[in-house]
Design a protein. Structure first.
Length: 600
């Protein structure tokens, strides 16, 4: 949505305030009333000056008449101020209420929509977590501020200016033309300002996203940074990005102040011209022109130039909103990144996956799979084996519809995976990764994430199956303890407990015990062995104790299937699997371990 202008922004703003039409109507009515009240001072001053001038020209001052004039003027002005205060209070309150509600709606809508995006979107350069967070935060803030700018700032100012201009023309057409002549010149200068500053503002926005991403990277990598004493390097890296943003901000501000000064100069020229013209018309006794009319026109021109005095600030906010809302509405209205979903959802999922001649390339251009053909039988255990980067996890990502294959076909129970309802598919697939995310919440909430309808007894049973229950009960708050305070191994057991409570037909295990100690690994293996029965299991592991239990093994090398068969058959074939198996045995000192066991 590059190149969004104020008109497009206004269209978006009007659309997002539609649910709050009554607030908008009330705000507009109050705005009209406030604009009418803003003209009272000029009208009263016009009449008051002329009345006082008449009294002053009399041979003797009549204090009774003078006091009456002063009392009327004071009562009208004070009454107008009281009414204006009340009107402006409700106008600003309802306008701010609308802004807050719009901000809430935008945040929930964009996050809801973004969750429907394909996984490829989140792994594309420019869509890193820090950048997305900055895009959403600044986009929502700026867009909701634009709502305020339109309905709380700009609209009252423009309404007041139009009314004041009409009154000036009604009083004297020549003075009205002077005021009207200044306004388009001012707006032309404003247009030139926007055109020259657009690139700088976009650069600042991109730079701020980069700063947010750098800060997030530092926070996530703090243990590595500290262990290598690389704080200086990270400071320099962040400082370089921050310097670029700072230079752009200074340059943009310099231009902004130049144009602001120029527009202020134009406004003052207009005021001087109005004073000179009205004074001249009074001196030549032009019909209808009095001393009071001089003050009248000066004050009305002040109301005409009020948008000029404040528009530079509002215009800065609107230009920020234009830049930041581009990224926000790209997320909110983007359709091309939405995850595809079929409508096929059978009553029973057997779990037979078949990949035929599948190729796949990640969004960054790395080709991960080449002509891969794999058959995963239902009710069987299938192991994917290979060195790091061989393509094992990529196969799992394709089976769970995180990505779509470039070519070839993937079917589940004979039906192409694209035709399956994505949500239905994932309800029947349990996925335990090497590194699982733990949410900010209690242990029970994190376990119940696998099945929101589960009872506390279900949570307890899942915790026992994952050998987490005893450790949880030792905590002061038990299952109400914060899950983020658990150790890495305990958090992995929480993730496994989620899978138990989900009770899926298909189980995918990607290094499920990588962060567990030997005893915990044995305990989890026993639990996994129990839940594996009668289910389709796909396992990725470097633990030969888990691989050897598989019914079938597929060995991947550089994105290709190199070997397949039962563990015994593949081992006898030699090749990569035998190398991995033998290396694992040597790394565990299997021979010495066997001797120790035999000595007992």
């Amino acid at each position: 949505m590059k190149g969004m202008g104020i008109g497009n922004l206004l269209i978006h703003v009007l659309r997002i305030v539609q649910p709050y039409r009554w607030l908008l109507v009330v705000t507009l009515v109050l705005t009209l009333v406030a604009s009418l009240l803003a003209q009272v001072n000029a009208i009263v001053l016009d009449r008051a000056v002329d009345a006082i001038n008449v009294l002053d020209q009399q041979p003797s001052l009549e204090w009774t008449n003078a006091m009456r004039v002063l009392l009327i003027v004071s009562a009208v002005l004070l009454g107008k101020e009281v009414l204006a205060t009340i009107v402006n209070f409700f106008r600003r309150y309802y306008g701010e209420r609308m802004r807050i509600l719009v901000s809430r709606d935008l945040t929930t809508q964009v996050v809801h929509h973004m969750q429907s995006f394909r996984m490829a979107f989140f792994t594309t350069s420019g869509n890193e977590a820090g950048r997305l967070q900055s895009r959403i935060d600044k986009g929502v803030t700026s867009t909701s501020r634009a709502v305020n700018s339109f309905f709380i700032d700009i609209l009252p100012l423009l309404t007041s200016a139009v009314l004041a201009l009409i009154l000036m023309f009604m009083a004297n057409v020549y003075v009205g033309l002077v005021a009207l002549f200044i306004v388009p010149i001012y707006f032309y200068v404003t247009y030139i300002q926007a055109k020259r500053m657009r690139a700088g503002r976009r650069g600042i926005f991109d730079g701020q996203q980069a700063v947010s991403q750098n800060i997030l990277n530092i926070i996530e990598s703090i243990s590595v940074i500290k262990s290598f004493n690389r704080e200086v390097i990270e400071d320099q890296r962040l400082g370089g990005v921050q310097d670029n943003v700072t230079n752009l901000q200074l340059s943009t501000r310099k231009q902004s102040y130049f144009f602001t000064g120029l527009k202020g100069f134009l406004e003052q020229i207009g005021t001087v011209l109005v004073i000179i013209l009205t004074a001249y018309l009074v001196l030549i006794d032009y019909p209808g022109m009095t001393i009071g009319k001089i003050m009248y026109h000066v004050m009305l021109f002040a109301n005409v130039s009020a948008p000029i005095r404040q528009l530079h600030r509002i215009y800065d906010d609107l230009n920020d909103a234009i830049i930041y809302s581009e990224g926000l509405f790209d997320l909110l209205e983007g359709k091309e990144d939405v995850e595809d979903s079929g409508d096929y959802h059978p009553d029973e999922v057997k779990g037979r996956f078949e990949l035929q001649h599948v190729d796949f390339t990640y969004p960054n251009g790395v080709k991960a799979l080449h002509d891969v053909s794999i058959c995963i039988e239902p009710g069987k255990i299938t192991a994917l084996v290979g060195l790091s980067g061989a393509g094992k996890s990529t196969v799992v990502n394709l089976l769970d519809k995180f990505y779509h294959a470039d070519s070839g076909s993937i079917t589940l129970d004979g039906t192409p995976l694209q035709q399956w309802d994505t949500r239905w598919l994932r309800e029947h697939v349990g996925l335990v990764m090497q590194k699982n995310h733990i949410f900010d919440g209690t242990i029970e909430e994190n376990i119940r994430y696998g099945n929101p309808q589960a009872t506390h007894d279900d949570v307890v049973a899942a915790a026992k199956q994952s050998f987490l229950y005893d450790q949880v009960m030792q905590l002061p708050k038990g299952f109400e303890s914060s899950a983020l305070r658990l150790s890495g191994g305990q958090q992995q057991r929480v993730a496994i407990a989620r899978m138990f409570i989900k009770n899926p037909t298909v189980i995918i295990l990607d290094e499920p015990t990588a962060s567990l100690d030997a005893i915990a690994t044995e305990q989890i293996k026993a639990s996994l062995d129990a839940i594996k029965r009668g289910r389709t299991v796909i396992i990725i592991s470097h633990n030969i104790g888990q691989i050897i239990d598989a019914d079938c093994i597929y060995v991947l090398e550089q994105g290709r299937v190199a070997q397949s068969g039962s563990p015994e058959e593949v081992y006898r074939q030699g090749g990569r699997y035998k190398e991995i198996f033998d290396a694992s045995a040597r790394s565990m000192n299997a021979g010495k371990i066997a001797n120790v066991i035999n000595e007992e």
